[in-house]
Design a protein around this ligand. Structure first.
Ligand SMILES: CC/C=C\C/C=C\C/C=C\C/C=C\C=C\C(=O)SCCNC(=O)CCNC(=O)[C@H](O)C(C)(C)COP(=O)(O)OP(=O)(O)OC[C@H]1O[C@@H](n2cnc3c(N)ncnc32)[C@H](O)[C@@H]1OP(=O)(O)O
Ligand SMILES: Cc1cc2nc3c(=O)[nH]c(=O)nc-3n(C[C@H](O)[C@H](O)[C@H](O)COP(=O)(O)OP(=O)(O)OC[C@H]3O[C@@H](n4cnc5c(N)ncnc54)[C@H](O)[C@@H]3O)c2cc1C
Length: 661
């Protein structure tokens, strides 16, 4: 049953919704982690709808950059009054959802304090520092950005220095070169007044590597930059234009403090892990938003005929449209599920770290790097497919895609460039490969079992078992991913070792293998995503929901097999006939999903505010609202633009006069 049917909606959508074979609320509860979460989302969305002061005054596509910032500043100033009424402030998901409704996708002036600056203070300060900065940070008496990236960046080689002065017992922070300027930190340009500055710590002429420093950059009262600080906005960007990403030059600035060594030398990196953990489910959500817009629009848009004379069909009936859109839906769900799992894993590990236990840090780091890289890349490609699926209207800001996709672009870069992060996964895999080769040669056990990479140690001979069974066997597909991942991992490892034996240094050999290392990393993450999706679906009770989820899982798994078929076929593991079964499974899944497609996207329960799209409106009344949207454009305030006669009008008039001569 689809709970979103309303009698005044677009008739095509009513028809689609009436065909649902499952309960959309049950699907929504699966996606958002239970019925209670779904109910809370609705209550929070209702709160947002009822409080007009939290809304944008005009669509942000019609605002200048200054107007965007002022609009977001205005909302930030009243946000605290509302959040306590709308949410359980101790529930991060509720807080995140309310933030998302209020500020939407283009950033806002308190974001980096919330996701990076303040969490760094929570997780990386000692008791004395916490007493001083925790409550005030929570109250937003100050706002802290996270200033790590420099014009030239590689964390180990950061150029900003923090030199301990024994006499005054102070640290002196300095930007010694032009490339040491901090560049990019969010909200640093104008909004925040404190920066967590990552700088190389020097004590007694010895460098202790990058460490975070709490630096007041603007006067708490006047908000003017403090002496020695040069700070500003880096200018307009592809997206996130409501965020003032900034530059910062420090000229012998003296924050006070003491040096307490961390329990692990990478603890200083933990703030990045937290954001990487947030990014994966966010990528899932973005992709599901794009798919919702494109699928709803494809259900109301009629173009062309399939059976001549039968009238124009809904474009969603074209197999090509389904093949373009439904995999995005399936991938979006896979990222949401894997993202939720690893977010919980991340919080548990961060708690362990606080108690001095860093045993799972490397495992967590690798999986977060890989998921962030794969989800942001595939979401970017997928959203572009969704945009293209909407034809010309997809190119209009009214579709929501220009804002959604241009903000998505940052996903592949922020919190570490994707390729750099994939190489971190590969580094982890190479350690496992070394254990495998070592174990086989010397009969030793691997360091510690772990369900994320246990399959790498499974030595049983492998045969591809993908067949044409009517009910697809997901385990067989998962085994194919495991086979490929292990093969690519060992191939990369063996090549690395051969190059080293031929005299290459480790670093040069690494570079010469890096394309193959990234392939191994991708294969490992594909395996993780597939396993998580299968495990989650296996826990579902209730046949109608289970059936539709299995249709999506079938599409997900076989689509991913098709994506990596070259690797599976090159050594004869998968045969041509099996590839035929893979494609058959994909086409079957597309046609099983088709009648439920609108109800599946309805189940996400995205509000029109979240979709921010005339094409994706829940009621399907697209065309009349496209006209209203266009008429609201600032250009249409005047029948004749105020500067018309000064330029074009004069030009035409002069041309007319000339031709009369
Ligand atoms: C629509 C919106 C879409 C998406 C975005 C959503 C939200 C965000 C919106 C806006 C953005 C907001 C904020 C953005 C903030 C930032 O970008 S902050 C800056 C982030 N910068 C980076 O991420 C830099 C990436 N680089 C690195 O992390 C490191 O340089 C490195 C690549 C990991 C390498 O580390 P290092 O330089 O130290 O090199 P090595 O000495 O070789 O160390 C490697 C060993 O260290 C271990 N390691 C590395 N990191 C960690 C970690 N975090 N935890 C634990 N261990 C770690 C690694 O495993 C190696 O271990 P070893 O093999 O045992 O030696
Ligand atoms: C919207 C946005 C918000 C941001 N917010 C913040 C913030 O709040 N705080 C902050 O500190 N930073 C922030 N950043 C900076 C961001 O973290 C960096 O841009 C990111 O980590 C990539 O670093 P880079 O720009 O120096 O790219 P580079 O490291 O110069 O990478 C450029 C290219 O070189 C390749 N490359 C680099 N190193 C290697 C390697 N070792 N092996 C193989 N290839 C390599 C990369 O794959 C990439 O293709 C933000 C960036 C953006 C776009």
């Amino acid at each position: 049953m689809n709970h979103q049917i309303k009698k005044d909606d677009n008739p095509d959508l009513i028809e689609e919704r009436s065909k649902a074979t499952f309960d959309t609320d049950a699907f929504g509860a699966f996606i958002w982690g239970g019925y209670n979460n779904l109910k809370r989302r609705r209550e929070i969305a209702r709160y947002y709808e009822d409080h007009k002061e939290l809304h944008d005054t005009v669509p942000i596509a019609f605002m200048t950059r200054e107007e965007k910032l002022e609009n977001a500043y205005r909302k930030a100033s009243i946000f605290e009054n509302h959040i306590k009424k709308a949410c359980d402030v101790n529930n991060p998901e509720e807080v995140r959802y309310f933030n998302w409704l209020v500020y939407h996708i283009d950033g806002h002036p308190t974001s980096v304090h919330s996701i990076m600056g303040f969490p760094t203070i929570i997780n990386q300060s000692d008791k004395e520092q916490q007493e001083r900065w925790l409550q005030s940070g929570e109250n937003r008496e100050y706002l802290a950005t996270y200033a790590q990236t420099e014009l030239g960046t590689n964390i180990k080689k950061l150029e900003t220095t923090a030199t301990y002065d024994q006499k005054t017992e102070e640290f002196i922070l300095n930007s010694p070169t032009v490339t040491s300027l901090k560049w990019w930190p969010g909200n640093m340009g104008h909004s925040h007044n404190v920066a967590i500055v990552m700088a190389q710590l020097w004590i007694n002429n010895k460098c202790y590597g990058p460490h975070p420093f709490f630096v007041q950059i603007r006067d708490p009262k006047t908000h003017k930059p403090l002496p020695g600080i040069t700070v500003g906005d880096i200018g307009p960007k592809f997206g996130l234009n409501t965020t003032d990403n900034g530059f910062l030059k420090l000229d012998h600035v003296f924050p006070n403090g003491t040096y307490v060594p961390p329990v692990h030398d990478k603890i200083a990196y933990s703030s990045m892990m937290l954001v990487r953990a947030i990014i994966t489910p966010l990528m899932g959500e973005n992709l599901c938003i794009g798919a919702t817009i494109a699928i709803r629009y494809s259900a109301i848009r009629r173009q062309g005929e399939i059976k001549p004379g039968d009238g124009e069909v809904q474009i969603l009936d074209y197999q090509t449209q389904q093949h373009r859109l439904f995999p995005q839906l399936a991938r979006g769900i896979a990222f949401l599920l894997a993202g939720r799992n690893t977010y919980n894993f991340c919080n548990n590990v961060l708690k362990d770290i606080k108690n001095g236990d860093v045993s799972l840090l490397a495992d967590l780091h690798a999986i977060l790097c890989g998921l962030k890289a794969i989800s942001s890349y595939q979401a970017e490609l997928g959203l572009e497919q969704c945009r293209m699926a909407c034809g010309g209207h997809g190119y209009s800001a009214a579709s929501g895609f220009p804002l959604l996709n241009s903000n998505q672009f940052n996903g592949v870069t922020v919190e570490g460039d994707n390729l750099v992060l994939l190489l971190q996964v590969a580094r982890y895999l190479m350690k496992r490969a070394k254990e495998i080769r070592y174990e086989i040669r010397y009969g030793q056990q691997p360091s510690k079992p772990n369900e994320i990479y246990d399959y790498l140690f499974d030595d049983a001979p492998k045969k591809c078992l993908i067949d044409q069974a009517y009910v697809p066997n997901y385990k067989n597909v998962l085994e194919s991913f495991e086979y490929l991942s292990k093969k690519l991992t060992l191939q990369a490892y063996d090549k690395l070792e051969q190059l080293k034996q031929r005299g290459r240094t480790s670093e040069v050999a690494w570079n010469e293998c890096s394309v193959e290392l990234c392939k191994a990393a991708r294969a490992h993450i594909r395996t993780f995503l597939a396993r998580t999706f299968i495990n989650e679906v296996n826990q579902v009770n209730g046949l109608p929901l289970l059936t539709v989820l299995k249709d999506l899982l079938q599409l997900y798994l076989f689509y991913e097999v098709k994506e990596c078929m070259a690797g599976l076929m090159e050594d004869g593991y998968m045969l041509g006939q099996q590839l035929h079964y893979v494609k058959k499974n994909i086409y079957e899944a597309l046609s099983k999903i088709r009648p439920n497609a609108v109800s599946i996207v309805d189940s996400f329960d995205f509000t029109d505010r979240e979709l921010n799209s005339v094409l994706g409106r829940r009621d399907g009344h697209v065309y009349e609202n496209l006209l209203k949207w266009a008429q609201a454009s600032p250009l249409n305030k005047h029948d004749v633009l105020p500067f018309h006669h000064k330029y074009l009008g004069r030009m035409m008039e002069e041309a007319r006069q000339k031709s009369r001569l």
